[in-house]
Design a protein around this ligand. Structure first.
Ligand code: C5P
Length: 237
């Protein structure tokens, strides 16, 4: 289960990051670096975490023309990110360029290729928000599955999606396609701005490969106890 929990280091405070990574060193394998942590750690954060036995999910959600995203992925692969994501809505060509670029960079550096993920629809968006923001008549779940299929066709390894969409994605994309789910809230935690949520146990039961948890751990009075409770809940699923 330790390999399936990803803790989001959503802060730009280097001391907090240092403290959190030391506190969770034995309990957590994967850390997620978004723009805040990246602004402090830069790419030096990847070897720093790797030397401590951790893996890095670089959550910068690339969304740009294919050439730019290919270069972004090339750079981050060379620096040693273990998992990289991009918006699937950037399109087939963009995701294919990212995959080719990661293959080439990993080959040249003689390192494993990072896991590449497409972000489907943010877990903070619900059905009404989807229709309002995207002007779409399509059901949200259909859009998520459509984007997951596009990511698979482009050669990505999986998607970031809500735990509520695991079943339809699995049905369409099969068992070997990774599903990484934020929008995780144990019963004892606040939902904050997340809308399409489940508990850690529900996400594991539905078949999530990885769950991403931020505030319920990093803003807890005792982050270690919170992480252990979540892992226990995942084990009991
Ligand atoms: O604090 P919380 O557990 O809500 O953090 C979830 C993390 O997952 C945040 O870093 C957020 O940016 C990220 N994320 C998300 N929904 C997505 C993709 C990433 O919540 N679709």
């Amino acid at each position: 289960m330790k390999d399936q929990l990803i803790v989001a280091l959503d802060t730009d405070d280097g001391e907090d990051i240092d403290w959190m990574c030391t506190t969770l060193a034995e309990t957590v394998r994967w850390f997620k670096i978004g723009f805040q942590a990246f602004s402090t750690l830069g790419t030096d954060g990847f070897p720093w975490l790797s030397a401590r036995g951790h893996k890095v999910f670089l959550d910068l959600k690339f969304h740009d023309i294919p050439n730019t995203v290919a270069r972004d992925v090339d750079t981050m692969t060379k620096h040693g990110a273990n998992m990289i994501n991009m918006h699937a809505s950037g399109g087939l060509e963009m995701m294919q360029a990212a995959r080719n670029s990661a293959d080439d960079a990993a080959y040249k550096e003689n390192i494993p290729r990072p896991i590449l993920l497409g972000v489907t629809l943010l877990t903070s968006i619900d059905e009404t928000g989807f229709q309002q923001n995207f002007g779409s008549e399509r059901e949200l779940t259909k859009q998520v599955v459509y984007l997951a299929q596009l990511a698979q066709e482009a050669g990505l390894d999986g998607v970031v999606a809500s735990p509520l969409e695991i079943e339809p994605i699995r049905k369409t994309c099969g068992d070997n396609f990774l599903i990484v789910t934020p929008g995780i809230r144990p019963k004892w935690a606040e939902s904050n701005d997340q809308r399409r949520i489940t508990t850690p146990a529900e996400a594991i039961n539905k078949g999530a490969d990885y769950i991403v948890v931020g505030r319920p751990i990093i803003e807890a009075d005792d982050p270690l106890a919170a992480a252990e409770m979540i892992l226990d809940e995942m084990r009991g699923a």
